[in-house]
Design a protein around this ligand. Structure first.
Ligand code: 5HY
Length: 244
């Protein structure tokens, strides 16, 4: 039995519920999924500033998970905020949804397109693709320019807009696989894939299965070198509680 903590680093509770539902939908029957949003942080993450301010809340949830004996973690935000710091803090595996989705895309296709939210996040998606070694496999990044918190608002028509953008991305990029660029699109996946007839990858599901597999393999983050536990030191001011 694995206990996986899925952390939505923004504070949007409704979105966290959708994320939890999508993770449970693919998890093995014996896997326990806990889906949470931190008590502090941005309502949504759509900029570098948002991402930076999402990290303390995320790390507080990792620290709480370590006290609760959690086996592995999913960072359910497409910027994979705080991924490397979380790997230093957690004993078990930590996987970001962007990284997981890109890995999965390269296993089922020869080239993928990313469909994300705001245009200003396009650069971040390219940065992650290159950081993870998928600079060539990523054929294009496209923004639907629907704010994260409007994705589940019926009035935004987000499902239709995202599906149409996925179809045009396949044409424009000559790609054969789609990566959904926001945790808020997790429950669009099945319908869009069925309509387009190509693999459409939701990182929440991909990361949940990856963490589950790593735990089943008995694999944990190496503590030799870069991901060694943070050195004990004092943090002051608002961050005092992060003292190690
Ligand atoms: C996400 N923001 O997955 C990212 C998507 C984005 O609050 N959850 C967010 O636009 O970067």
């Amino acid at each position: 039995m694995a206990h996986i903590k899925v952390i939505n680093p923004n504070t949007a509770r409704a979105m966290t519920e959708t994320i939890g539902r999508c993770a449970r939908a693919v998890a093995a029957p014996a896997t326990v999924i806990t889906a949470v949003s931190p008590a502090m942080g941005p309502a949504s993450i759509e900029s570098h500033y948002d991402e930076a301010l999402a990290v303390p809340g995320l790390l507080a949830e990792i620290a709480a998970g370590e006290r609760d004996g959690v086996d592995g973690y999913v960072i359910a935000c497409f910027g994979d905020p705080g991924l490397h710091a979380a790997r230093e803090l957690a004993a078990g595996p930590v996987v970001g949804i962007a990284e997981a989705a890109m890995h999965a895309a390269t296993l089922v296709g020869s080239g993928f397109s990313v469909v994300t939210t705001l245009s200003r996040t396009v650069g971040r998606a390219w940065h992650l693709a290159r950081e993870y070694g998928f600079g060539a496999a990523c054929r294009g990044v496209h923004a639907c320019d629907i704010p994260v918190l409007d994705l589940d608002d019926p009035a935004s028509d987000a499902r239709k807009v995202v599906a149409e953008l996925c179809a045009s991305a396949l044409e424009a990029d000559g790609s054969d696989t789609i990566v959904l660029g926001c945790a808020g699109m997790a429950d669009f996946c099945t319908e869009v894939s069925r309509d387009l007839g190509v693999p459409v990858i939701d990182g929440v599901a991909a990361a949940t299965k990856l963490v589950e597999s790593l735990v089943a393999l008995g694999l944990r983050t190496s503590t030799r070198g870069e991901y060694a536990h943070p050195l004990p030191k004092r943090y002051s001011g608002l961050l005092h509680d992060f003292t190690i």
